[in-house]
Design a protein around this ligand. Structure first.
Ligand SMILES: [Fe+2]
Length: 227
């Protein structure tokens, strides 16, 4: 992705969050120059990759395979200094964008429609080869209600509604066509995005960046060493 695109997407995301009165913690407003001077008091952010995460999953087409994401809090499954067992994210998808089909080996997560349009989910159970089972029905856990649907069928979340996703359940999600953008919350177990995403098709979770202008904000994997 080009840096200029990433800068634009971060500004757009900030604007929509402001419209929804979703306030962000101060570290998300630090400039790259300010990060150069930060010391070990911010280790939790660096070590747990909190912050901005704009990805096109390596597709080269953010408009169709892209996700706006901020990790607001997370522990660290590899580092016992960080004992937080939970994580929170805020995401956005625009009409036409899709978070591609994947499951998690360990993480259990609630995905919440936080506002905007409707969010459309499709789910499949993972089979023993870790591929989507295209036959068996899937169990839906949604805001205290449990029911079954045929695998791959549309499950619509209106603003305020949520789904609980257990490990080994493939899920993809996209705004319902014509519905506009959707703000999406995630409340989950502590997790590592580098090692706990099994995508149905190979994806580049953190794609390379072409530097065509200065960064407006650093992404969660770009923080410099503590000073
Ligand atoms: Fe997921």
């Amino acid at each position: 992705m080009r840096r200029s695109e990433i800068n634009r997407h971060i500004r757009d995301f900030e604007t929509i969050l402001r419209v929804h009165r979703f306030e962000l913690p101060p570290f998300l407003s630090l400039t790259p120059a300010e990060w150069q001077e930060k010391g070990h008091e911010y280790d939790e952010i660096r070590d747990n990759a909190l912050g901005w995460d704009i990805t096109d999953f390596g597709s080269g087409c953010f408009e169709t395979r892209g996700l706006y994401l901020i990790t607001l809090r997370n522990g660290n499954v590899h580092d016992s200094r960080y004992s937080k067992t939970y994580a929170e994210k805020i995401m956005m998808l625009r009409d036409g964008q899709m978070c591609p089909s994947h499951f998690h080996w360990h993480k259990m997560e609630d995905i919440i429609n936080r506002g905007g349009g409707n969010l459309l989910f499709r789910l499949w159970n993972a089979d023993k080869d870790e591929k989507p089972d295209r036959v068996s029905p899937v169990k839906i856990h949604s805001d205290g209600r449990e029911y079954e649907v045929p695998c791959g069928s549309d499950v619509i979340l209106k603003p305020g509604q949520s789904l609980t996703l257990y490990p080994f359940c493939f899920h993809e999600f996209t705004p319902q066509p014509g519905t506009g953008y959707v703000l999406i919350g995630e409340v989950s177990m502590c997790n590592d995005d580098n090692t706990d995403n099994c995508f149905e098709e190979a994806q580049g979770r953190f794609p390379p960046i072409e530097e065509d202008e200065p960064a407006y904000r650093l992404l969660c994997n770009e923080y410099p060493e503590a000073q």
